[in-house]
Design a protein around this ligand. Structure first.
Ligand code: HEC
Length: 160
């Protein structure tokens, strides 16, 4: 009888070990599947190129509304060449990046060329001239006067 009890205990112990092992395997498989599926944690999240697209909400009712001479959706000044500029210059980055820059025609052209050479900006064809004219007319370099002469200064001596 004693032998039989021992055998039963061994069997019971083995059964527990097997159940525990199975549970561990199942749980880690579930965790692995979760890690692969969850986009925030996915081990493959760097496989797809991350783009810096800016979402401009598409509101078809007033997609191109102009208010007070400003294209509401992008903030561009309403002037000849605006639509070409909206269509070609807001695909990759916000219109703000364009608007906050002030350049003369050469520098606008150079910026466009730089984007074409390094950022996959397409050939603008005939629109290039239209866009550069629009930009240099509406976003020319800010005229800076000479700064005022310094006056009323307390000079301090440099210590050695
Ligand atoms: C194919 C994508 C793409 C398009 C289309 C595009 N750009 Fe850009 N542009 C970029 C990238 C990328 C940068 C760099 C952004 C950054 O530095 O965060 C950039 C930067 C700029 C800058 C800032 C340059 C600087 O020196 O900081 C200006 C100004 C600009 N773009 C104007 C334009 C204008 C004008 C157009 C339309 C002719 C245009 N972009 C269309 C990709 C594009």
């Amino acid at each position: 009888m004693k032998n039989f009890d021992n055998l039963k205990n061994d069997f019971e112990r083995a059964r527990r070990v097997v159940i525990l092992a199975c549970t561990v395997v199942v749980l880690s498989s579930l965790l692995l599947i979760y890690l692969i599926i969850d986009p925030r944690l996915s081990a493959f999240k760097n496989a797809a190129p991350q783009s810096e697209m800016v979402d401009i909400p598409l509101d078809n009712d007033n997609n191109d509304t102009i208010e007070n001479g400003i294209h509401v959706r992008t903030g561009f000044v309403d002037a000849p060449g605006m639509i070409e500029t909206v269509q070609n210059c807001t695909n990759c980055h916000s219109s703000k990046l364009v608007i906050q820059n002030r350049m003369n025609a050469e520098r606008w052209k150079a910026t466009i060329q730089w984007m074409q050479e390094t950022q996959n900006l397409w050939d603008l064809g005939k629109n290039e001239e239209v866009i550069i004219n629009y930009l240099v007319t509406n976003y020319p370099p800010k005229k800076k006067g000479r700064r005022e002469g310094l006056g009323d200064i307390e000079w301090y001596t440099l210590k050695e």
